[in-house]
Write a protein that binds this ligand. Structure first.
Ligand SMILES: Cc1ncc(COP(=O)(O)O)c(C=O)c1O
Length: 426
């Protein structure tokens, strides 16, 4: 059968952005035969034994408790499992001196679902026919934002300003000269720390964005999938920013529970209510088994503790290994740049004046046995053409130290080879 799709059906089934590349990667790995690849493309977190053990212990506790039947054999509230909401409220009030109540929290089946709810509740066409844009203030950002709106023209990303640091480092900053948050804006969205770049917007930058939006009564969603207190994948000092128009959005995926699909939104009650109603229509509620084990791990403090003492050092070490290998192996006279590693589980590289496109570069690197993700998939909503978007790659920090070192060796050879035809000076 050939299903006859609606506009929404057509848009939602299209293989866009990183999904198209993931398909290519899966096919490459499947048909690899005897060729071995170092796969630096994964978005999946590493299974860290201590983290797996935490979830195993919480599961055993749940299995042994009287709550088990109530958790898995019954429906619950759309807003979320009450003990989890209570654990989040208590943890955040204590940790950040807030005065949250239960009405400020919503649990969703993963944070991707949360952005889908928000994208279609606050972005898109109004009753009056006007388009309300979903503003991404700093491009590149999370590729998954590319698919969240049923109205693709609603997505609007802004080019960043670039700080060039030394010969081989750089950092993106929001360009407030260009960024427009006005009556056409439905809401603002960005990740902090950022997937793919590892960038962390400063508190002052977040407050500046929030103030621009507050002036128009516009919500700001801060995607905190890598932020403290869990998974605490920040390698630089950062504190979550809260405010009257800020929805702080979290995920338990990088804290070891991607399979359980758990997202948490914390913010003003009116925003939480809208998303909760949308969620009831979509899926009723998130899985209660995942919510119950998360409630224990948050209430006991174990999740925040393991995040700081195990998860963060694990990835921070990987970034250091990559950085050292790049310094040692990439030709110093060529114009490569690594984004400042401030968090998340990725490294982001820019090759100024790259004499080929990022997709071609990805294919060439694949031929030498290394798989990364071409950077152009990470500019959803950027309408203008910008050569920079075809000059970057994302490297996952999920491989072993030895594999990272070996992969950088292959990368170094390729970089030397591709710039040979068009030598550039730092
Ligand atoms: C920045 C960012 N936001 C959101 C998500 C979606 O996470 P989940 O739906 O698993 O909570 C991811 C996943 O990798 C991400 O990197």
């Amino acid at each position: 059968m050939n299903p006859n799709l609606t506009q929404f059906g057509d848009h939602m089934t299209r293989l866009t952005g990183v999904r198209a590349i993931m398909k290519d990667i899966i096919e490459t790995l499947r048909s690899a035969g005897s060729q071995e690849f170092i796969n630096l493309s994964a978005g999946n977190p590493v299974i860290i034994p201590e983290v797996e053990q935490l979830w195993r212990d919480c599961t055993q506790e749940l299995l042994a408790s009287d709550a088990y039947g109530e958790v898995v054999c019954r429906y619950g509230a759309s807003q979320g499992y009450e003990p989890l909401i209570e654990a989040v409220v208590n943890d955040f009030n204590q940790r950040y001196g807030l005065s949250l109540s239960q009405q400020n929290v919503l649990i969703t089946p993963g944070s991707q679902a949360l952005y889908f709810l928000a994208a279609n509740a606050f972005g898109g066409y109004r009753q009056s026919g006007e388009l309300r844009e979903i503003v991404l203030p700093l491009s590149p950002d999370y590729t998954g934002y590319g698919g969240v709106s049923l109205v693709p023209e609603a997505l609007r990303a802004y080019r960043p300003a670039l700080d060039l640091i030394g010969d081989h480092r750089f950092k993106y900053r929001p360009d407030f000269e260009q960024l427009t948050i006005g009556q056409d804006t439905g809401f603002v969205l960005f990740s902090r720390p950022c997937n793919p770049t590892g960038n962390v917007l400063s508190a002052q930058e977040v407050q500046q964005i929030a103030a621009l939006a507050a002036a128009q009564d516009i919500p700001v969603l801060v995607d905190s999938a890598y932020a403290p207190p869990f998974p605490a994948l920040n390698f630089t000092e950062m504190t979550p920013v809260f405010g009257e128009n800020i929805l702080h959005c979290m995920s338990l995926s990088k804290a070891g529970l991607p399979g359980e699909r758990l997202g948490i939104a914390i913010g003003p009650e009116p925003l939480v209510r809208v998303l909760e109603s949308f969620q009831t229509n979509l899926c009723i509620h998130s899985s209660r088994y995942g919510q119950a084990i998360a409630a224990q791990a948050i209430a006991s403090g174990a999740l925040a503790h393991i995040s700081e003492t195990v998860i963060r050092p694990y990835y921070q070490h990987k970034f250091a290994v990559l950085e050292q290998a790049l310094e040692a192996k990439l030709p110093n006279h060529l114009p490569w740049r690594l984004h400042q590693g401030e968090g998340a589980i990725f490294a982001w590289m820019w090759f100024p004046d790259l004499p080929m496109g990022d997709w071609e570069f990805y294919q060439a690197l694949k031929r030498s046995g290394v798989i990364v993700v071409p950077g152009s998939s990470f500019f959803p909503g950027l309408q203008e053409d910008w050569p920079h978007r075809h000059q970057c790659i994302r490297i996952s920090l999920t491989a072993s130290d030895g594999e990272i070192d070996q992969a950088v060796g292959h990368l170094a050879s390729l970089v030397a080879q591709v710039y040979q035809s068009a030598p550039a000076v730092v």
